[in-house]
Design a protein around this ligand. Sequence first.
Ligand code: SF4
Length: 377
Amino acid sequence: MAGIYIHIPFCKQACHYCDFHFSTSLKKKDELVKALVRELELRKDEFKNQTIETIYFGGGTPSILTIDELRLLISEVYKNYQVSDGPEITLEANPDDLTNQRINELANTPINRLSIGIQSFFEQDLKLMNRAHNVDEAKRCLQEATKHFENISLDLIYGIPGLSNERWLENIETALSYNIPHISSYALTVEPKTALDTFIKKGVIANVDDDVAQEQFHILIEKLVASGFVHYELSNFGKPGFFSKNNSAYWQGESYLGIGPSAHSFNGSERGWNVRNNSKYIKAIAQNTLPMETEILSTTDKYNEYVMTGLRTMWGVSLEKVAQDFGIGYKNYILKQSQKHINEQLLYVDNGKLLVTKKGKFLSDGIASDLFKLNLR
Ligand code: SF4
């Protein structure tokens, strides 16, 4: 099983907290789409023995593309790769792009899953984050999208300065009222050099409070689990049958091909990442070269990655798999390193799997790094 990720590096405006790769100038959009088509052709042999089960348009803001551009990219995937019957095809979309007409048109393409960047149902939060949409657009688009798509995910952000637990709960309840089967939710993080970082340093915006974020994370878990969602990954909740196939494959170490500037790829042993610059990307592809750096993963890299992703998911870290794939020394090491966290009730072992407890969930990335092995390459 394998997936294709296509990065669309354009956004209408820059959200204050974002450090993804995107440009707010659409001048190079046509050239970029041509380059994406070409990269799909150039790399077809890399995955010639694999069946593509998921196609994911991420960004940036993929909903900036026209319907024809999206159709073209999907047909290029079919032309160059072996695609399974009924693959999951996801489009990340922002509410301001999802007019009723647009949703109708999208429903007539092979795209069968929408991941909508709602983030909050309060105007003050959207303004603080500099989102391009408003609350009315968010609500209208969800109402319309649910008429045409069964498989919808929405994103919500917690830990926003000024977001009280009451308003956060209201956000979750509003999201639930649309009866959608998947929710992704993230704590607002302050990435270096973003506008949010600058505003906080200047005292224009209050800093994020980790304790509040942690409380809101637990409110989220409690409310969604009580509403029938499975908390299958740290930031992801799905009704049974609606987990993101694309992300699940990634967390379970499956191969994926990342197309477009800044996109990452993984083939089981090697990781690659494309240049994070639209002009350089377009220029290299026009010369039939891949603007990509690669790294062969050592056993330790693979172990660290497995621990990191495993602890974030409900599937946990299988001790047997650690012994089998990396060696008994790694199993002994992880058991030794885990002991402190098991004693502090942040980790537990169930059926041969190492898992984070409810208390440990918010801290799982930090716990994982304690279980990492130093890479002595
Ligand atoms: S729309 Fe998404 S990718 Fe674009 S700036 Fe906002 S958060 Fe970043």
